[in-house]
Design a protein. Structure first.
Length: 81
C-alpha cells in the first residue's frame, strides 16, 4: 500500500474514533517564566509522545482571544474530524 493510502486510512480511523485532547493552563505574572519544555506523555503501547507547550502574554481579553484563535487553528490541521 503506498504511503499516501496509509495516511488516508489513518485519518479515516481518527474521524471514526473518540479522541483525547491533552491540555494544561496556568497563569503567572508576565516575565516570570524563563523556560518552557515539552510535556512527555506515556502511551498505552509503551511509546512516548510529546506535547509542545505554548505561552501567550497579554490581558485576560487578549489571552482569551488568542487561545480561541489557536484552538480553531489546531482543529484546522485535522479537517477530517
Amino acid at each position: 500500500m503506498p504511503p499516501s493510502a496509509n495516511r488516508t486510512r489513518s485519518l479515516m480511523m481518527i474521524s471514526m474514533a473518540n479522541l483525547t485532547l491533552i491540555y494544561g493552563l496556568r497563569l503567572l505574572p508576565e516575565g516570570e517564566v524563563t523556560e518552557i519544555q515539552d510535556a512527555t506523555l506515556k502511551l498505552a503501547n509503551g511509546h512516548q509522545a510529546h506535547v509542545t507547550m505554548h505561552m501567550i502574554d497579554g490581558s485576560r481579553e487578549e489571552i482569551e482571544a488568542q487561545l480561541k484563535r489557536s484552538l480553531d487553528a489546531f482543529f484546522d490541521f485535522y479537517p477530517e474530524i
